[in-house]
Ligand binder design. Structure first.
Ligand code: DAH
Length: 339
């Protein structure tokens, strides 16, 4: 009899049903009053006394097993599948909501990536700086307006502790601590004491590049700028350099790129000129090299600096600077596809 109980148990475990009527048929077959288990219970009476205990236990277990199995099959049918395949593995997965990277981070990474391909490595410096690194070493005259209270945030009453107004301060940090050749790119946040509006903010981001070696020339600068502009804005991009003035470069220039909105024909974005300004640059002034302990007779170099907000504005047409720091998810969501 034990053999029989075992065989029926295995049969029940293997039973399947594809709809409710098949489940009911199984219930009748095994669990009804005239079912297999009931008839076994009847046979139980004839079992010799010394086997009653063992067989009785096996019979009870069989009944529980059959009841459970039939319940499982029933639930599976109600859930709309069969016991063997109640999971539909072909169904499309539920969409996972992905965040997006901040547009300034996206553009910063793109800029870094382009310069990295030219052999530049990243350098960083402190946001809280001293006058020497931000102004003095960079050849700013003592009465230069950039040092003025209106431009610079001073910390406490000390005139020597301030928030950097540009990432050019990282240039002098690196020049005083490393020997040429130097080829660095410095991304970072800068601060200026300006009223917040669509076009100005009291903090924004810059990327600075510095290259110092023997025989670095203006031609190297121009070629680097052309490579950068074409990698960043596309191969059709043209550049032009206009003479300018910065205390720390001589000669100095500002770089424009051909307006990618009108292809250089002139539109409202480029104010009809066909060009838009994107950065400042020049050959490192010999005074700056000397101040940092580098012999200007042996070495020369170029530097350039750009605002990340400005480049982002050109790439993604963000018209209002304030959007960058308001953390409005509707704005950030627009960049989910830009990765
Ligand atoms: N530091 C300048 C600024 O904030 C930008 C700049 C101009 C950086 C010319 C340079 C450079 O390295 O050569 O506005």
């Amino acid at each position: 009899m034990l053999e029989k109980i075992k065989a029926i148990g295995a049969e029940i475990d293997a039973a399947t049903a594809s709809d409710a009527s098949e489940v009911e048929a199984l219930r009748i077959k095994y669990l009804s009053k005239k079912g297999i288990i009931s008839s076994l219970m009847n046979d139980f009476r004839t079992v010799p006394a010394e086997q009653k205990r063992e067989i009785g236990q096996a019979l009870n277990e069989l009944k529980t097993r059959a009841t459970e199995r039939i319940n499982v099959l029933k639930e599976a049918c109600e859930a709309g599948g069969n016991a063997a395949g109640s999971l539909d593995l072909t169904r499309t997965a539920a969409p996972v909501a992905l965040g997006s990277r901040h547009p300034l981070s996206l553009v910063r990474e793109q800029i870094i990536d382009i310069f990295r391909r030219l052999g530049f490595t990243i350098a960083e410096g402190p946001e809280i700086e001293d006058d020497w690194h931000v102004f003095e070493s960079l050849n700013f005259a003592a009465d230069h307006p950039a040092r003025d209270m209106q431009d610079t945030f001073f910390i406490g009453r000390q005139p020597d502790v301030l928030l950097r107004t540009h990432t050019s301060s990282v240039q002098t940090r690196v020049m005083t601590s490393q020997k040429p050749p130097i080829r660095i790119i410095c991304p970072g946040r800068v601060y200026r004491n300006e009223a917040i509006s669509a076009r100005a903010h009291c903090f924004f981001h810059q990327v600075e590049a510095l290259y110092i070696d023997k025989n670095v020339s203006f031609a190297d600068l121009r070629q680097t700028l052309l490579y950068f502009a074409r990698e960043m804005f596309g191969p059709q991009t043209d550049i032009r350099l206009r003479p300018s003035y910065f205390p720390f470069t001589e000669p100095s220039a500002e770089m424009d790129i051909s307006c990618d909105l009108c292809g250089g024909k002139g539109c409202s974005f480029c104010k009809g000129t066909g060009w838009v300004e994107i950065l400042g640059c020049g050959m490192v002034d010999p005074n700056v090299l000397s101040a940092c302990g580098i012999d200007p007779n042996e070495y020369s170099g170029f530097a350039l600096g750009m605002g990340i907000e400005r480049i982002t504005n050109l790439k993604y047409r963000v018209k209002d600077l304030r959007l960058f720091s308001e953390n409005d998810v509707r704005f950030l969501d627009e960049f989910t596809a830009a990765h």
